[in-house]
Write a protein of this length. Structure first.
Length: 256
C-alpha cells in the first residue's frame, strides 16, 4: 500500500546548518534532506502509479474483463514470488519455511480467485477502499504525524495515518451511496452498511500493510523487490488488497 511511514526528522536532534559569509547555509539540514527525498520519492511514486493505471486501462480496453482477470493473475503470481523471497529470508527452519510458503499460496491465491470472480461493484470496493485509504493514510501521517501504532513492526506508521485511511475508506464508499440514492434504494440500513464498511475495510488494508512490514523486518529487507520504481515490489503495493478482497469475498458469499 502507499505508505504513511515517511520518516520525519526529530527537531531536537537536528544538526544546524553552517552559514556562509553571504548568509546562506553551507550544508542542508537533516530536515531539508529528508524533505527533498520525500518530494523526489512522491514524484517517482506518482509517475509509477500513472504508468500502472495506463497499463491496466489499455489491457481492459483491448480485452475487457478477461484482461482484468489476466492482470489479477499476473499480479498475484508476482506477489507470491516476492512472498517466497521474504519467507526464505525470514526463516531458517525448513518446515517453518514450507509452512509459510503454503500459507502464502493460500492467502494470495484465495485473494486472486475472489477478485477474478468478483462483479464490478465488489472489484471497485476492494480497489477503491485500498487506494483511497492508502492515499489519505499517507497524507494524514505526513502532515499530522504523532504516536506510532507498532514502532517495532513499522516504526513510522501513525494513528493519524490510520484515521486518515478510515476517512479514505468512507470517501471510497461515497459513489456507491450516491448511485444507490439515484436508484431510489438507499435506506438507513444500507447507508449504515456503507458507512461502517469503508472504515472497517480501511483498517483491514492497514493490517495487511503491517503484516508485510513485519515480514520484511523479519527478512531484514526494506522492500519486497524493486520492480516498481518508487514503490518497491508488487507485494509492497498490493499487501492491503489481499486481505480486503478476502473479507469482501466472504461477505458477498454470506449475503447470497
Amino acid at each position: 500500500m502507499a505508505d504513511d511511514d515517511e520518516t520525519r526528522a526529530d527537531d531536537a536532534h537536528e544538526p544546524e546548518a553552517q552559514p556562509l559569509i553571504g548568509g546562506e547555509p553551507e550544508n542542508p539540514t537533516l530536515a531539508e534532506v529528508r524533505e527533498h527525498s520525500r518530494r523526489k520519492t512522491f514524484g517517482i511514486r506518482a509517475a509509477s502509479a500513472l504508468v500502472m493505471i495506463a497499463i491496466v486501462a489499455g489491457v481492459y480496453w483491448a480485452l475487457g474483463e478477461r484482461g482484468l482477470d489476466l492482470i489479477v493473475g499476473a499480479v498475484a503470481a508476482l506477489c507470491f514470488l516476492e512472498f517466497i523471497f521474504l519467507v526464505i529470508k525470514a526463516t531458517g527452519n525448513i518446515p517453518y519455511r514450507l509452512a509459510g510458503i503454503l500459507a502464502g499460496a493460500a492467502y494470495i491465491g484465495l485473494s486472486a480467485v475472489i477478485l477474478i470472480d468478483a462483479d464490478m461493484q465488489a472489484f471497485y470496493i476492494v480497489l477503491g477502499v485500498v487506494i483511497l485509504a492508502d492515499t489519505f493514510a499517507y497524507l494524514f501521517g505526513t502532515l499530522i504525524g504523532g504516536p506510532r501504532i507498532l514502532p517495532k513492526v513499522s516504526p513510522n506508521k501513525t494513528w493519524a495515518g490510520l484515521l486518515g485511511g478510515m476517512f479514505g475508506g468512507v470517501l471510497a464508499m461515497s459513489p456507491l451511496i450516491f448511485l444507490t440514492w439515484r436508484q431510489g434504494t438507499l435506506d438507513s440500513q444500507s447507508l449504515t452498511v456503507f458507512a461502517i464498511a469503508g472504515p472497517v475495510l480501511a483498517v483491514v488494508a492497514q493490517s495487511g500493510d503491517l503484516f508485510e512490514s513485519w515480514l520484511k523486518r523479519k527478512a531484514g529487507v526494506k522492500d519486497s523487490s524493486r520492480l516498481i520504481p518508487g514503490h518497491g515490489g508488487f507485494f509492497d503495493r498490493f499487501d492491503g488488497v489481499i486481505p480486503v478482497s478476502i473479507l469482501v469475498g466472504i461477505v458477498v458469499s454470506l449475503s447470497l
